[in-house]
Every structure is written in C-alpha cells, then in structure tokens.
Design a protein around this ligand. Structure first.
Ligand SMILES: [Zn+2]
Length: 321
C-alpha cells in the first residue's frame, strides 16, 4: 500500500466506482429525477412532498395543477422554492369546463380565462411560475370519470391567447390530449404557429402509435413527451388493466420497456421526460417511481437515461435550484 500515493489511490477508487455499467441498478437508482406531472392535493402537504422528494431522490416536482384542492400551490413554492415547478391554468380550465362546457374552453371572451391571463403575466413577471399546465383538452377515453371527460379545440382563440403569453415569457405549455386525427392536427397547427413554445404532451398523448409520435417529434422541434401514467402499476384492477391493454397504454413495468418505445425514445432522446401523475389517492408514488427507474430508465442507454430522468426537463422547463 505504501507504494501508492494518495492521488493514485483516489484514481483507483474512482475507476472502481465507474467500472459498473452506467445503467446498472445502482446507477439508475442514484439518478436524480424531475417529476413533471406531480399533482398535489389536500392530503399531500408541502412537508410531505418535500420528504417524498428527498426519499425518492426527486430534484424537482410539479408541472401540473392541484385540481381537487388545495387549488393554490403557493405553499409548495414557499417551502420548496424553485424545486416546485409551479404552473397556472389547470384549476381555471377545470372550472370553465364545469360551468361552461367544452365550448367555454375555446372562448377567449370568458372572464375566468381573461383573468387567468392577467394573473399569468403577473406570476411570470415575478418568476413564480414556469408554464401552463396541465391543460386538459381531450380526455374522451383517458379519464376514468365520465363527468370529467371533454374534447375542445387545441388551436382555439382561447388557446392562442395562452400560447401568446407563453411565447412572451419563454414558458412551456403542458397539454393532455389524445391521438385522434382532429386533436393531432390542432396540436400541429399550434406548434407551427408558436415554434418557440415547448409543448409537453402529457402521457405522450396516451397513444400506442409510436410512428405518429416519431413523425410529430421529427416535424416539430417544440413537441416533447412525458411518460407518466404509461406504467403498469397505474392500472390496478381487472377492468382498468383490460382497458389499458386494449388501448396500448402500458409501455413499462417493474423491469421491461416495450421495444418499439425503447427505439422511439432512443431516436428522440432529448424529447422525453418522466412523471408520476398522482391524480388521486390510488396512485402509489413509490411503486410508480420504482417502475420509472427499473422499467423505463434502466432499459435506456446511460446517456438517454440521464436526459429522460432530468436533463430534458431542466433544459426545457428552465429549472433552477
Ligand atoms: Zn394529470
């Protein structure tokens, strides 16, 4: 031992550390994550969220609203500062839909919509929010609750107003839509009109059509996909699993990633993100994170795994600590 200098020893230990494959279980489990689809609720206090993030090695969390209350996510920002990815739009749009239906979501004259844009300007100016989301514009098949289902135009005048504000502040727009031809055409239209606004497709459009996503990502550099609710544990119970299998929603589980999706993600490695979509109490965050790490990230190349785990979200959402 006396033949080795201290620096030689540290070199040896460093090479031992890095001799494990970069996507070994240990490496994957130690990746810091950005959860871009983390709904908070009355039963998830800011302290509870902070503890969860620490325990699960999640650096940033949010990207969507708190649709069933507490509605205001300010207490989460107060505690977590920039590590809570604050957004605007989900609660207001839920209210507009509740009282005015899908047409209300398209109408730029609706007073709640106008007020929201004034509020958005104020919050972007003070650096309090990072984007709009989650804007649910088409969940005809992808929501378990029929009264919550809707389909509205994605390139409506109301949406154009939202995109103008996002464009002005360099902010993202996180949209929940499905893959029917109308919604896809509207998404492409608004992506073309606002090429500088990152559009994050929640749940990667809940599509099974990897060719469609390949085309959308190739043709529009401002589309991104987040892979929440595409994991097996999201669909517990016989009927939920049956429907998910029928629609091709499940892409990864505890250990495997669908081959077509693996190929798609590798081809567009700078365009994918992860999320938990904790839309209600039934979502098991720990199980979901386990599947994100061991089913999704562990099956990607080491370089892609880091991008999908955090770097894409950090870059696109302009996250800071
Ligand atoms: Zn959601």
């Amino acid at each position: 031992m006396r033949f080795f200098s201290l620096s030689t020893l540290s070199l040896i230990s460093a090479s031992l550390l890095f001799s494990a494959p970069a996507n070994s279980t240990a490496a994957i489990d130690s990746l810091e994550l950005v959860d871009v689809h983390r709904h908070v609720h009355n039963w998830v206090s800011p302290t509870k969220l902070e503890t969860e993030m620490r325990e699960l090695n999640i650096g940033w969390s949010g990207g969507v609203g708190a649709p069933y209350g507490p509605f205001s996510t300010q207490p989460y920002s107060d505690l977590l500062k920039q590590r809570y990815i604050a957004t605007i739009g989900q609660v207001t749009m839920s209210d507009i839909y509740k009282y005015r239906g899908a047409k209300g979501l398209e109408d730029p004259e609706v007073s709640e919509h106008r007020q929201m844009l004034v509020e958005a300007e104020r919050l972007f100016e003070s650096g309090s929010i990072k984007g709009f989301g989650e804007l649910i514009l088409n969940n005809e098949h992808s929501n378990p609750n029929p009264s919550f289902r809707r389909k509205a135009r994605i390139d409506s005048e109301a949406m154009v107003n939202i995109f103008r504000v996002a464009d002005k502040w360099g902010a993202f727009v996180h949209i929940h839509a499905e893959d029917d031809p109308e919604s896809v055409a509207q998404l492409k239209a608004i992506a073309t009109n606002f090429p500088a606004v990152p559009i994050i497709l929640a749940h990667c459009l809940f599509t099974a059509d990897t060719l469609l996503i390949d085309t959308m990502l190739s043709e529009h550099s401002n589309f991104y996909c987040e892979m929440s609710a595409r994991n097996e544990s999201m669909f517990s119970g016989f009927f939920a699993k049956k429907k998910a299998a029928e629609y091709g929603w499940i892409v990864y589980d505890d250990q495997s990633l669908d081959a077509k999706w693996k190929e798609l993600i590798e081809r567009h490695k700078t365009r994918f993100m992860i999320g938990t979509d904790t839309f209600n109490r039934s979502v098991d965050v720990r199980k979901t994170i386990h599947q994100i790490r061991r089913g999704l990230l562990a099956n990607l190349s080491p370089e892609t795994a880091v991008l999908v785990a955090s770097e894409n979200a950090i870059r696109v959402m302009k996250l800071e600590k």
